[in-house]
Design a binder for this molecule. Sequence first.
Ligand code: NAG
Ligand code: NAG
Ligand code: NAG
Ligand code: NAG
Length: 373
Amino acid sequence: MNFFTLIFLALTAVVANSAKIPIRAQYPSTSGLKFTIDGNATYFAGTNSYWISFLTNDADVDLVMSHLNTANLKVLRVWGFNDINKATSEVWYQSLIPGQQPKINTGANGLQRLDAVVRAAEKHGIKLIIPFVNNWSDYGGIPAYNTYFNTTSTTWFTNTAAQAQYRKYIKAVVSRYKTSEAIFAWELGNEPRCQGCVTSVITNWAKGVSAYIKSLDSRHMVTLGDEGWLNGGGDGTYPYTTWEGVDFEAVLKLPNIDFGTFHLYPISWGITTDHAAWGKAWFANHGDICAKVGKPCLAEEFGATTNKTGILPIWQRQALDHPAIGGDMYWQYGDKLSYGNTHDDGYTIYYGSDVFKTLMLGHAADIQSAGSN
Ligand SMILES: *[C@@H]1O[C@H](CO)[C@@H](O)[C@H](O)[C@H]1NC(C)=O
Ligand SMILES: *[C@@H]1O[C@H](CO)[C@@H](O)[C@H](O)[C@H]1NC(C)=O
Ligand SMILES: *[C@@H]1O[C@H](CO)[C@@H](O)[C@H](O)[C@H]1NC(C)=O
Ligand SMILES: *[C@@H]1O[C@H](CO)[C@@H](O)[C@H](O)[C@H]1NC(C)=O
């Protein structure tokens, strides 16, 4: 082989390789008080589907993602946990069976179901928010850890063994998708609460875990997934107190928390005044704190069981109008799949229904006319 052949081969290799180099990956990020998705810094609408992670039919998962794309719902929040205390033949992600070693299920009825969700999201351009644990007992959650580690809903946050297992689980999930552009953000948990605790318990926990996640994956955003309990202000009702052990603003200020989340359920929170107006103020009060801290807010879960078309547009509009709220995601998305309709918990808005059309088309038009807001 002579010198010129060598040069020729080297050049061919360079050309061949550069043809394979994809355009630089674009991970969702914050940009000021908004979010950037696929290079577009704009307000977005999204929704929640806890059940999609446990479907066993790939075609169903794919159908949901294609519908979300059609409806321009850009971000979907899905359960990234499914903890069990007893053996089951159904889908499970982590077993915490007393007397046995904890086990993370990477098999076909385990995290491979979450793989299918991520794959379908990638295919249809949908971004995902993935929480790692539930405060509630649905799909295991902190109560499942408590059964195994003899912890409680308050000691769990500081128990060394329980926290070590929770981090193992986080690592298992994050490692699978750390280079996926379909991940919008990692979330510490769904609605973490520590009733009766000083707020430093949750704030310190969030500080440690968010730093841990960033050490595994610095590309993706991290958030808490809390309901947004405020330390004072508003009308002084229960959501404006630290009764649940969470101080929204203190958590938002943490260096590895990229944005703030809040939820809104006036009925479950015992609010007796006009829900539309109360919720509008709840949105605005969070937006104001986000503006002050300099990170965007996400209205991550909100819904109504009655008068959806009367109430939800008022909240969607307030979210869109507030300069520090970057997106809104109603609870919860519904669809008709191979086995029939997905779970209707009263809040569900089914794809293609009249309520869906009224709420989503109207909101999409508002977002469009607000431009990059
Ligand atoms: C960016 O988002 C805005 C608002 O949703 C939309 O109108 C626009 O088409 C998007 N641009 C790109 C390049 O996706
Ligand atoms: C929890 O308590 C049970 C019963 O006392 C004990 O057998 C088990 O070892 C404890 N588990 C842990 C993780 O401390
Ligand atoms: C969720 O958190 C609250 C506050 O700590 C607690 O009272 C409640 O029991 C938790 N839920 C479950 C199912 O443990
Ligand atoms: C629905 O909500 C709107 C906005 O708050 C309100 O004006 C209207 O009276 C409500 N309708 C019913 C039937 O409650």
